[in-house]
Design a protein around this ligand. Sequence first.
Ligand SMILES: C[S@@+](CC[C@H](N)C(=O)[O-])C[C@H]1O[C@@H](n2cnc3c(N)ncnc32)[C@H](O)[C@@H]1O
Length: 258
Amino acid sequence: MDILFTIKHFIYSGHWNGHRVHSPNIFNFFKGAIFYKGDVDYSLAENSRKNFINSDEKIFVLSIGAKGDGKTLKEKKISEIASRSSSYGKYGRLLQRISRYLKPQKILELGTSLGIGTLYLSAGCPTSKVITVEASKETKEFAAKNFSELGLKNIESINAKFDDCLEEILQQNPDIELIYVDGNHTKEATKKYFSLIAQYAKKETVAVFDDINWSKEMSSAWKEIKTSAAVSVSIETLRMGIVFFDKTLTEKYYIARY
Ligand SMILES: C[S@@+](CC[C@H](N)C(=O)[O-])C[C@H]1O[C@@H](n2cnc3c(N)ncnc32)[C@H](O)[C@@H]1O
């Protein structure tokens, strides 16, 4: 993460002044997902992350995404990946509550890594099918083994590059209602994924973009996404951008202090 860029953006964005909520559906989303205060059991994802942080195992990881060449394999400790690249804390929990609130028929995650985000999404709605995509073969296999050891039968792990499979997945699964984009953080790629998602989006579709202030490029991609004519409502926190495609929703932008 480009820490300096993120801090500068936070200070200068100048609109971190809470949220205004008029649309009844969006009000329910804030209440039922973002600021939900009821009991939620986050242990599925959090126990796995804890185990991974204590692991001595190493795997070969494909260097891919904004800083990778898509070719080199690097040996990495599971503990390092779990602490640096996996969902955790309040944002992992937010994912689970979004899934819990929306109860989507199917969920698509771009960027499995060790599968911690996948577990938050799955735990939120165990009856949803979760499709998760990861280009790094050994990483995908590590995550899939953990899903199977946990007895989870609702997760389909795909080993592919997003560019090679996203359109086909969207075409073949019109019942995908929640999409979590968490990999390949370049402006060009993020805009491309958004435009495919928008092309196939239904009224119920909600897409969550992670790391929207990770870099200048990501911040600029997010600005274009949230102002796109395809988006009816966007909600942003410092880290995540959430977009709705339901044209019956009124208000356009919200900023949530989260
Ligand atoms: C930040 S990690 C994902 C973390 C995970 N979603 C979570 O919540 O724990 C991003 C993952 O995306 C994968 N990735 C990056 N670019 C990709 C691409 N173009 N195609 C497929 N996978 C990609 C990386 O290998 C990495 O494992």
